[in-house]
Design a protein around this ligand. Structure first.
Ligand code: CA
Length: 509
């Protein structure tokens, strides 16, 4: 009898602490996804699969990235550190140049007995981190277009430039020991393709369809592994070019597309707040820097919608496979964009700003299939730097050290808890000879930004938007005499930074 009891107790301990009891993790990163989705209360786009995911888990309505461009944002969330610490504010350098010993989110899971693997763009293109993964990462072929004539003309132009020695190439410097790509140097002339394309092809012909197919294949293999897994899937859409099978464009007749209400720069803001080096100008049909006609804007908005719906469909197929394989029950699912996106709002295109529309991005967690609060919409302000400690916490791993975010587990259990008093983002700008960093803070009522000269530390300009009367950030109030006292308070709060904005009674010294 005693032996039977002992057996039962040991069995229970094995379930509680054994490898098999650990949840799998599926992290989906959608490039340049803005929260203009059904589950965020918006009706423009058709995103049934992401909306369904939100119904099964918790949706964070106010989730902010730490810097609104690919590599700095992804580096921050995958290292659990902010751009000031990672030293990554552009897309050319690898964080291991500056913080070589850092243990990344997937690497932490790997150290804790997980099989970690990535498919598609997780770290920025050409800046993968081999130490993060159990097996080499898989990337789909780089081609984004589906029409043979588009691809043929791009190839022809590439060959012409090659013959002249002017073709675009990325020269990558590697760390010889870890094979980590430390620096990417871009040289030559890039061939411009169209900003959007609607080929009549099957989903699997284009890039994200290939990524989806590979993800299904990996899941089928992982089903037979005894180790828990951490699978990261990176989808390229809706990043430019907006290339998606025609059926997704057909969801959005051109006549139905509306320009944003604030298709203009904010009043009284410095022009570098919204003028950016966005990637839009790398496309053949864009007339010139900062010149996007209303007609072209509608084409681009339509393309973005189609590309998002295509991405959404691929997400549905991946989740469906997880279910089919019987893996969904024991898998923690997380879906995020890497940052938001301007489609003409604030007079800006793409990301690369500190505005709400660029820093705020979708964030959904499905903690488990029997999550008691399924469908919860959390209004607390959270940051992407919180993802690392949160996933470790939800998976029952020891709290990782050195993270500059804060576990959301308590908020997942009780979404209406009082939470952070502010969240932080930043964006650098080169203005004439000066290198400025725009430090931006969002409080429940305001967005406050200081543009500082990196050399002298001098504040060159400020921005203040009052969200209770101006949620689109259309008027900079920083010069208004009525707001000087508030500006003084917010400036002090910005100085104190994230350490003093953590949930009350838990702020770090
Ligand atoms: Ca991105």
């Amino acid at each position: 009898m005693k032996l039977i009891w002992l057996g039962l107790v040991l069995g229970a301990m094995n379930l509680a602490w054994g490898q098999n009891s650990k949840p799998n993790v599926l992290l989906i990163i959608v490039d340049d996804l803005r929260p203009e989705l059904g589950c965020y209360g918006k009706s423009q786009m058709h995103t049934p699969n992401i909306d369904q995911l939100a119904k099964e888990g918790i949706l964070f309505r106010q989730a902010y990235c730490q810097q609104a461009v690919c590599s700095p944002s992804r580096t921050s969330l995958l290292t659990g550190k902010r751009p000031e610490t990672t030293k990554i504010s552009g897309n050319d350098d690898h964080f291991r140049q500056f913080i070589p010993e850092v243990v990344t989110l997937p690497q932490y899971f790997k150290k804790n007995g997980y099989h970690t693997q990535s498919v598609g763009k997780i770290y920025h293109t050409n800046l993968d981190d081999p130490l993060s993964w159990s097996v080499p990462s898989w990337m789909p072929p780089p081609a984004r277009y589906g029409k043979p004539e588009t691809n043929a003309s791009i190839e022809k132009e590439k060959k012409r430039l090659q013959a002249e020695g002017k073709a675009y190439q990325e020269i990558i410097t590697y760390d010889s020991l870890t094979k980590t790509p430390l620096h990417v140097k871009q040289v030559g002339i890039e061939v411009k393709g169209p900003s959007w394309e609607d080929p009549e092809v099957a989903d699997t012909v284009l890039r994200d369809g290939k990524t989806m197919k590979k993800a299904l294949e990996i899941l089928q293999n992982l089903k037979h592994q005894s180790q828990p897994f951490f699978l990261a899937v990176g989808l390229s859409n809706p990043h430019l070019p907006f290339a998606a099978p025609k059926k997704y464009f057909d969801l959005y007749p051109y006549e139905s597309i509306r320009l944003p209400q604030n298709f203009h720069p904010p009043l009284d803001a410095p022009d570098y707040a919204y003028l950016n080096g966005g990637d839009l100008y790398r496309y053949a049909d864009i007339e010139g820097r900062y010149k996007v006609s209303p007609q072209k804007a509608k084409e681009l908005i339509r393309g973005y919608y189609a590309a998002t719906s295509y991405s959404d469909a691929m997400i549905g197929l991946i989740i469906n496979e997880l279910q089919k394989l019987g893996l969904k029950e024991n898998t923690l699912i997380v879906l995020i964009g890497d940052h938001g996106y301007h489609l003409g709002e604030n007079g800006a295109w793409c990301k690369q700003t500190n505005f709400e529309i660029a820093t705020r991005s979708p964030f959904i967690i499905v903690p488990s299939t029997n999550y008691a609060l399924a469908g919860a919409k959390c209004e607390a302000m959270v940051e992407f730097v919180d993802i690392y400690p949160t996933l470790a916490d939800l998976a029952g791993l020891a709290a990782p050290t050195g993270c500059e975010g804060y576990s959301l587990k308590k908020l997942i259990d009780k979404p209406d808890l009082a939470w952070k008093s502010a969240v932080f983002s930043q964006y650098p700008r080169r203005v004439e000879q000066k290198r400025l960093m725009g430090y931006s803070m969002r409080t429940p009522q305001y967005r406050y930004t200081e543009w500082k000269d990196q050399k002298s530390g001098k504040i060159e300009s400020r921005e203040l938007y009052n969200h209770s009367i101006d949620p689109e950030e259309n008027k900079n109030l920083a010069l208004s005499p009525d707001y000087q006292m508030i500006i003084n308070q917010l400036s002090k709060q910005l100085q104190l930074g994230w350490q003093k904005a953590l949930p009350k009674n838990e702020s770090r010294k």
